[in-house]
Design a protein around this ligand. Sequence first.
Ligand code: SAH
Ligand code: SF4
Ligand code: F3S
Length: 468
Amino acid sequence: MSAPIIEKTPSADSQTGTKKVFVKTYGCQMNVYDSQRMADALAKDGYVETSSMDDADMVLLNTCHIREKAAEKVYSEIGRIRMVREEKRAEGGDLMIGVAGCVAQAEGNEIIKRAPAVDFVIGPTTYHRLGEVVSKAKTGKKVVETEYAVEDKFEHLPAPAKKVMSGRGVTSFLTVQEGCDKFCTFCVVPYTRGSEVSRPVSQIMDEARRLVDAGVREITLLGQNVNAWHGVGSDDREWGLGELLHKLAEVDGLKRLRYVTSHPRDMDDALIEAHRDLPVLMPYLHLPVQSGSDRILKAMNRKHTGDDYRHLIDRIRTARPDIALSGDFIVGFPGETDQDFEDTMQIVRDVTHAAAYSFKYSTRPGTPGAEMPNQVPEDVKSARLQRLQALLTQQQKDFMQSLVGKHMDVLIEKPGREAGQIVGRSPWLQPVICHENVGQVGDIVNVKISQVMVNSLVSDEIATKLGQ
Ligand code: SAH
Ligand code: SF4
Ligand code: F3S
């Protein structure tokens, strides 16, 4: 999945007398999507979501294994939850603790050994069995469900009620592909999410229509390698993501489409042309290159060069000139020299990004990178990351500044933090603070940008109102 690494807790939907689950999500957008699907599965057994551990009957941690820090966080969190459970037990209550997500898949039984307070562990391919797992755990048995499922979990996962869907806002994720066969030598995902699986067209279309019917106006298609999605189309021909986007664009009421995360090797002609031909497809692409050094790209098993990437970007920009790019970068991969790092700086200067995520290489057990000689010292990684981030931050600022004075369509998403404000999203993903009179949640409105705040844009109307 793509880079935005988040910690998110859902909003409460408390009702007295029902069982409550507190789901805490780490990691990528797919975990956000999965957390909702797990909440939907638990709803069948009478659980409602709560945003506080204090009134929860169950805590479900949806975890991320991508870097050591992300994985370790889970254990300190379990320690904290255990304390809450002690308090609850002292008062005659209880708290079930479940671990899902990529740490669950990667560590399985080890989690119970290291953190015996955990009641159950469930891997991402088996979320449709969550109800059974919870029932077993309730008998006092420790349950570890991490065998890769052969059946299609999506067929068995219940769809949420329309009311629940509506409460989740006007933008939504929709997983279309899961797993990865690329085996980049630094990455755990092929081991935690299994091999690439594409959801069938009919399933995706049904879910998209349900979302739109519940008020969703923008859908972001998700996959660890979303542009590796393929399937048999409604015309009985083999489709790729480009064709799927065309089909989704026909859904009445759906105003915006995005997809994340893509691999440069899977950007085929049909997908590039979709950026040219589909107005609903937003002009924004997260296309990680990781490094600008051909030597390092080879060692990472990315199977393309820096110039391959530059040419690809040229083609995409020719198809859609206003497209903004974002990417992921790793510094300090084993063997990375000063010159290799300079090559990364150069590709960043050549390509220019509207946003980007950059990380110090983190050694992951079981990946080929962990066995490689010439691991880069921590202080060298830190110094490189600092230089790279300074450049990327400057590019992000320049991009945002370039929008000042321009008119753009904004999808209104939610009320603002202050009275009189409403917040929308630009085609390039920046939040746009608008005057509440410009429209209602779910509307697309055209506003002029008058200034930039740190991570958001301010529309002319609100700036005037604020007397700026
Ligand atoms: N499927 C996505 C990657 C998901 S992981 C893709 O192919 O783009 C998100 C990002 O985390 C990766 O793009 C990479 O930049 C970073 N990452 C993955 N493994 C890492 C590691 N071992 N150390 C540091 N960063 C890593
Ligand atoms: Fe990881 Fe590479 Fe697969 Fe992305 S393409 S999930 S970075 S192995
Ligand atoms: Fe996503 Fe982290 Fe797993 S980035 S796929 S939750 S390892």
